[in-house]
Design a protein around this ligand. Structure first.
Ligand SMILES: CC(C)(COP(=O)(O)OP(=O)(O)OC[C@H]1O[C@@H](n2cnc3c(N)ncnc32)[C@H](O)[C@@H]1OP(=O)(O)O)[C@@H](O)C(=O)NCCC(=O)NCCS
Length: 142
């Protein structure tokens, strides 16, 4: 198992995007045109590889002194094994190392317990994004 930081346009990025497409577009029915956006080019992407194959991915988007975590996806048959948690911890560690004071994310309501276990707190109202109910969550880093 290895976790790599992946540059936009690299061969590993193609693997990360393929996994995102499988999870968000095929499984969750998010429209393809919303799945990849203009922020992807500048985001810091993480990819967890198991025996060379993409197993989990996420992206970090710097926004002032905060970092926004998004597109968190674990291959369906590899869930509930701790891979999502491992990848989130690695990304949070990186955000701390780079001096960000807070991590924020928009959690699908079903995934809130996953983020709460990592220390994130929910705030604000439930809102819809790509037809899925979400709630903002945040974690103080400094
Ligand atoms: C959410 C997700 C990234 C979690 O990854 P994972 O590798 O399965 O997570 P871990 O194994 O590290 O942790 C699992 C724990 O998180 C919590 N959890 C994760 N998904 C959950 C869900 N849908 N409902 C309730 N709890 C959930 C549970 O506490 C779970 O523990 P359990 O397996 O013992 O019940 C993964 O389920 C996924 O890719 N889902 C589809 C895409 C998605 O919805 N992404 C989140 C967008 S905000």
């Amino acid at each position: 198992m290895e976790i790599r930081m992946v540059g936009w346009g690299s061969p590993l990025m193609a693997k990360a995007l393929e996994l995102r497409r499988e999870v968000f577009v095929s499984e969750q029915r998010v429209p393809l045109e919303l799945e990849i956006d203009e922020m992807d080019e500048t985001a810091l992407h993480f990819l967890l590889l198991l025996e060379g194959e993409a197993a989990a991915t996420l992206r970090l988007l710097p926004c002032g002194n905060r970092v926004k975590i998004g597109r968190v996806a674990v291959r369906r048959e590899l869930r509930s094994m701790g891979l999502g948690t491992l990848l989130m911890k690695r990304a949070i560690e990186q955000a701390i190392r780079e001096g960000f004071s807070e991590a924020v994310l928009d959690a699908q309501l079903d995934s809130m317990p996953f983020y709460a276990r990592l220390g994130f707190f929910a705030e604000g109202e439930v809102f819809m994004d790509a037809g899925i109910p979400h709630r903002a969550m945040r974690l103080k880093l400094a």
